[in-house]
Design a protein around this ligand. Structure first.
Ligand code: ADP
Ligand code: MG
Length: 344
């Protein structure tokens, strides 16, 4: 369909805790448009993947249900089309395009029309017509509906009717995965330690991250040199020493372990003995002992006031399981790596 870029697919969208909800909901909307999450509203800062998901939804629907008419438009273009429709007396065409001949409406950066009264008004009517006809509406913005200054209340309320999902800045693991994928696509030879180094220093958003990879690799190839940590450091103007200097804290161990296993930090500190929680808890205690230099009683204290014998047992258990379970061994090694580079 017109306006959709084929670069933005579900298959090349890297999921992580920062975008999990938005990505899964987008997938579900693409599977079953108009059914579950309508409207679907995605918001988040610049360069975090909103447009990517919007296009991915469009492609998927287009392939799976070619008979559906998909309209993708930035809110800015929507406004411009509306203005010329009014000006050149072509309102019928405009209305047909957005209200009658549309089964899926994808609008990017809706914040653009905030404060533009007539455009908001028109969008309101488009929204109502499609919504009543059970057509899927997906909207992105740089902030949540209620935070858009100058947006009409009735529009804010409608945008909140369905599912509102945010995208946050990606964590280190996700940044590394995004870099590796980008390197694969662009055929850049990117060693693991260099990926980690770049991901550690470029944290703002995905566009910057990808841009920095392209920049650094262009630099390297112009100089006819392989891409190394030192090279990245030089190009970014940062130190190339591993970001080890800061001591690792029990909090950061808890944070990294909790995020890796998708459990809450409160559960790591809590009493629940369920496997899905007690295993991560033991690993977190073990890593705390190994990496922070804290004593057993101190660790117990920081894990919700547990006895030091609990901590000792946890450390023994993890050591003995690791000796026969290579998967756990790898997990622990990966967590150590992450902790060595996670800014505390
Ligand atoms: P936004 O619309 O939120 O400003 P974009 O969707 O334009 O951001 O994303 C910026 C760039 O980053 C695009 O090239 C996009 O493909 C890429 N990108 C963002 N998030 C991801 C992700 N999770 N996986 C892969 N690429 C991503
Ligand atoms: Mg965008």
């Amino acid at each position: 369909p017109i306006g959709l870029s084929s670069r933005y697919r579900f298959s090349n969208f890297i999921k992580g805790s920062s975008n999990e909800l938005a990505a899964s909901a987008a997938w579900s909307v693409a599977q079953d448009p108009g059914a579950r999450f309508n409207p679907f509203f995605i918001y988040g800062g610049v360069g975090l993947g909103k447009t990517h998901l919007l296009h991915a939804i469009g492609h998927h629907i287009h392939v799976a249900r070619p008979h559906l008419r998909i309209v993708y438009q930035s809110a800015e273009r929507f406004m411009n089309e509306f203005i010329s429709a009014v000006r050149f007396n072509q309102f019928d065409q405009f209305r047909a395009r957005y209200r009658q001949d549309c089964d899926v409406l994808l609008i990017d950066d809706i914040q653009f029309i905030a404060g533009r009264d007539r455009t908001m008004d028109e969008f309101f009517h488009v929204f109502n017509a499609l919504y009543e006809a059970e057509k899927q509406i997906v909207v992105t913005a740089d902030r949540m509906p209620g935070d858009m200054q100058g947006m009409e209340d009735r529009l804010i309320s409608r945008l909140n009717w369905g599912l509102v999902a945010d995208i946050k800045a990606p964590d280190l693991e996700t940044r590394v995965a995004i870099l590796k994928q980008k390197a694969d696509i662009d055929r850049i030879d990117l060693p693991d330690d260099v990926a980690l180094h770049l991901a550690t220093h470029v944290r703002s958003n995905v566009r910057e991250l990808e841009g920095s990879l392209v920049r650094v690799s262009t630099f390297a190839s112009l100089k006819n040199q392989p891409l190394t940590r030192e090279f990245v450091s030089e190009a970014l103007g940062v130190s190339s020493a591993p970001a080890q200097a800061a001591p690792i804290s029990i909090e950061s161990v808890q944070k990294v372990v909790a995020s890796h296993f998708s459990v809450r930090i409160a559960d790591l500190k809590g009493p629940r003995r369920h496997q899905g929680i007690s295993r991560p808890r033991m690993i977190a205690m073990y890593l705390s002992r190994q990496l922070t230099g804290a004593s057993f009683p101190e660790i117990g204290l920081r894990f919700g006031g547990k006895d030091h014998s609990t901590v000792i047992n946890a450390c023994k258990r993890i050591e003995s399981i690791q000796s026969e379970d290579s998967e756990l061994r790898e997990t622990v090694a990966a967590l150590r790596q992450l902790l060595a580079h996670e800014p505390t």
